[in-house]
Ligand binder design. Structure first.
Ligand SMILES: *Cc1c(COP(=O)(O)O)cnc(C)c1O
Length: 425
């Protein structure tokens, strides 16, 4: 029995069944673009821990900063005894996120917690109850964020009842909405908001600028700007959930920058701290500061180790120009994915931006989702040592999220495996 198989037996006797894993192999160490498991097998990493290790695993600056911090103090709670790194992270986020206006930030532990707090802040600042979300959206697994998330299985099934005052409207999904233009798709969504919710009841429109778990759905050009314009006119806030798209992933610091959209609030997590758990809400100072003193917080939010890691990760992104690296990954990967798509009719579309790319698989009619083929190609990749993830409302999207520091030969080896998996599966 391999060491991973032994660990798997222990896991089944100790870990709750509801917590799944993509591969059955247990990790021993990780680096720039690869993971090594306990049996010494190397995996090429096209997952980055779900878009978290943008700077790579154990990035040198992150390791040094966390080591230095862990020896000084590990935790005080910023709500009890504050420290500089929390302030410095907020300063960085206020400067990096889109929008030239005065900003404030608050730090939390997970993406879901950031989204929950963004909704709390938006409701408090506007005095309105309703939150508008989109088809295929993913915002987390807590009670409120389950309500905000679209997909039943596995995220919501039998976990209700869910939080109220959440309204779902149609997304711009170019492959599946008959090629509606961005402004036309926005008009369709806005019509639902105005007729079913009422503009004056809307606290916030919450959207992922490129959807993550929902299928790497890139809205048509003009969709986000039209929502921005409507929200401003309606006195509602626009919240961009950049948890998966943020921190150089899409070739910009944040995906909203692609169309110069300035959200009122941004939720951040995943890529923020090189793998340590940290999340944030950053946004307009008047909105953020509407909340009374003591209204926001949490025991661990902005933990000193996570803040040290975030400052080091942000420095790495800046110094190693990881936005440009994401764009280089995009050009290498899309060229290769288009070649595969040209010979494989199951691929209906190659899409995404930067190092957030995906292919959507369909049946021979060219439209019906093919989750079985998607699972088969992904399994073939895993057998050959390439770690890939699937996503999408229909489970028919294979997504690629390599660490932005992956070197070109590792990237190419991964694409060779993917190419062969499509040919063989
Ligand atoms: C992952 C994700 C979340 C939830 O983050 P957690 O840290 O898992 O709670 C929320 N929104 C988006 C867009 C995500 O990708």
């Amino acid at each position: 029995m391999s060491i991973s198989e032994e660990l798997h037996k222990r896991r089944q006797a100790a870990v709750a069944r509801g917590v799944g894993s993509v591969i059955p192999c247990y990790v021993e160490r990780g680096g720039g673009g690869t993971l090594v498991d306990v049996d010494g097998r190397e995996w090429i990493d096209f997952a980055a821990g779900i878009a978290v290790t943008n700077v790579g695993n154990s990035a040198p600056r992150v390791v040094a900063a966390v080591k230095e911090q862990v020896e000084r103090f590990t935790h005080t709670s910023f709500m009890v005894a504050p420290y500089e790194s929390y302030v410095a992270v907020c300063e960085e986020l206020n400067g990096l996120t889109p929008g030239g206006f005065d900003k404030r930030s608050a730090l939390f532990n997970s993406g879901a917690e950031a989204v929950e707090n963004a909704v709390k802040i938006a409701r408090h600042a506007t005095g309105r109850p309703a939150v508008v979300v989109f088809d295929h959206a993913y915002h987390g697994r807590t009670n409120l964020t389950m309500a905000l998330t679209a997909k039943n299985m596995p995220y919501k099934h039998r976990f209700g009842p869910f939080a109220g005052e959440v309204y779902r409207v149609p997304m711009s999904y170019p492959l599946r909405d008959g090629g509606l233009t961005g402004p036309a798709a926005a008009a369709r969504a806005i019509d639902v908001i105005e007729k079913q919710v009422g503009a004056e009841n809307v606290a916030a429109v919450l959207i992922e600028p490129i959807q993550g778990e929902g299928g790497f759905v890139v809205p048509a050009e003009g969709f986000l700007p039209a929502l921005r314009e409507w929200a401003t006119a309606a006195g509602a806030l626009l919240i961009a959930d950049e948890i998966q798209t943020g921190f150089c992933r899409t070739g910009d610091w944040f995906a909203c920058q692609h169309e110069d959209v300035e959200p009122d609030l941004v939720t951040l997590a995943k890529g923020i701290a090189g793998g340590l758990p940290l999340a944030a809400v950053t946004g307009r100072a008047d909105v953020m500061d509407a909340v009374h003193v003591g209204g926001l917080g949490g025991t661990y939010g902005g933990n000193p180790l996570a803040c040290a890691a975030a400052l080091a990760a942000i420095e790495t992104m800046r110094e190693e120009e990881l936005c440009a690296a994401a764009r280089r990954i995009e050009s290498v990967m899309t060229a290769r994915l288009r070649q595969v798509a040209a010979r494989d009719p199951r691929i209906a579309e190659v899409r995404g931006r930067g190092a957030m790319l995906a292919v959507e698989l369909v049946q021979p009619d060219g439209f019906t989702p093919d989750p079985l083929a998607t699972a088969a190609v992904s399994a073939a990749c895993h057998r050959a040592g390439l770690l890939t993830l699937t996503c999408g409302t229909y489970g028919n999207v294979l997504r690629f999220l390599p660490p932005l520091v992956i070197d070109e030969s590792t990237l190419t080896r991964g694409l060779d495996i993917l190419d062969a998996a499509f040919a063989g599966a």
